[in-house]
Design a protein around this ligand. Structure first.
Ligand SMILES: Nc1ncnc2c1ncn2[C@@H]1O[C@H](COP(=O)(O)OP(=O)(O)O)[C@@H](O)[C@H]1O
Ligand SMILES: [Mg+2]
Length: 308
């Protein structure tokens, strides 16, 4: 079942009456139920605009969005969603316990279960110790955790989180990653935006990259990492202290009889034939890059393509 469907949405903002900013350009993707989906892109790429359109806070110029097959602008469709806005602000004279109680009431958690649910969520976001202090006296990281907490209160099936890890220290980020993983293990769907690619690598099934309002890539994290490599590491044993016959430009490191070569992907096949004729081939492995490297290269080449 498809939890989120984004079909060809475009959005142009007008600034100062005449200046137009094309924030989204025919963006389409879908998120299956049970998936943890990372929505990445540099600042200004259009992530928050997409999320605001999904939540019915902005209207797209063209295209449509749905949750579980229902127009996502309908209140009934959004009732199944836990939403964390990009820069949320809360009634900061309330305490976390009061705010979560208010959210529970607002989302129709039955009155006899509300208090227990609020305590449970305070435990999950590790804020029980500060539950009765006014929000205005709490640290930025604590407030960010309240933001995540208010998405959990009504136990929705779908979570849409705009930069849930921003402003958190490594411990706070690990807690958020942990909560996302727990949601996944309960079959929930989590869609979150971030510009921190490492966070995607550790929790996401799928990832989409947005650049200047256009979707550059959408697919499984594992397949991006498995497929996006440019070279192989080849390990050879060369007997009798000989030097293997290598074309110019191939990086090679020697430890005794063993040679480690880095061979460009397109040159592997012809070279392997000649290398294996005279030497013992010990291993051939793709030199995989981290998701971060892959995306930084993509972003750079897109920048170059636009002459920037
Ligand atoms: N309300 C608005 N009015 C004018 N321009 C906007 C508005 N909201 C966003 N933009 C512009 O749209 C582009 C995408 O912004 P945004 O979706 O916030 O990016 P991201 O969340 O990826 O950082 C940016 O160029 C931003 O300046
Ligand atoms: Mg944003």
């Amino acid at each position: 079942m498809t939890a989120i469907e984004v079909a060809s949405i475009s959005k142009t903002f007008t600034k100062k009456l005449t200046h137009k900013v094309r924030a989204l350009n025919e963006v389409s993707f879908s998120v299956p139920q049970g998936n943890v989906f990372g929505f990445i892109g540099p600042n200004g790429a259009g992530k928050s605009t997409t999320i605001k359109i999904l939540m019915g806070l902005l209207r797209p110029d063209t295209g449509s969005t749905s949750f579980y097959g229902q127009d996502s602008r309908l209140p009934a469709a959004r009732a199944k969603v836990g939403y964390l806005a990009e820069n949320p602000s809360y009634y900061d004279y309330l305490t976390p316990r009061e705010l979560l109680g208010f959210v529970a009431h607002y989302f129709d958690v039955p009155a006899d279960r509300r208090d227990a649910r609020v305590e449970e969520v305070l435990g999950v976001i590790e804020l029980t110790h500060a539950a009765d202090r006014p929000i205005r006296s709490l640290s930025k990281g604590m407030v960010q955790r309240i933001g995540l907490g208010q998405t959990l209160v009504h136990d929705p099936d779908l979570y849409i989180l705009d930069e849930p890890m921003s402003g958190l220290d490594p411990l706070g980020r690990a807690l958020v990653a942990d909560i996302i993983q727990q949601l996944k293990s309960r079959g929930k769907t989590v869609f979150f935006s971030t510009h921190i690619i490492h966070d995607v690598e550790r929790v996401c099934d799928d990832v989409a990259l947005l650049l200047n309002g256009s979707l550059q890539f959408c697919g499984a994290v594992k397949s991006v990492i498995d497929e996006s490599f440019n070279s192989y590491e080849v390990v050879l044993r060369v007997s009798g202290g000989a030097v293997p016959d290598l074309p110019e430009g191939i990086c090679a490191a020697r430890e005794g009889d063993t040679w480690r070569l880095s061979i460009p992907r397109e040159e592997l096949n012809p070279l392997l034939a000649s290398l294996s004729r005279n030497n013992e081939l010990l291993s051939v492995e793709p030199e995989r890059r981290t998701l971060e490297h892959i995306f930084v290269d993509l972003i750079k080449s897109a920048g170059t393509a636009q002459g920037r």
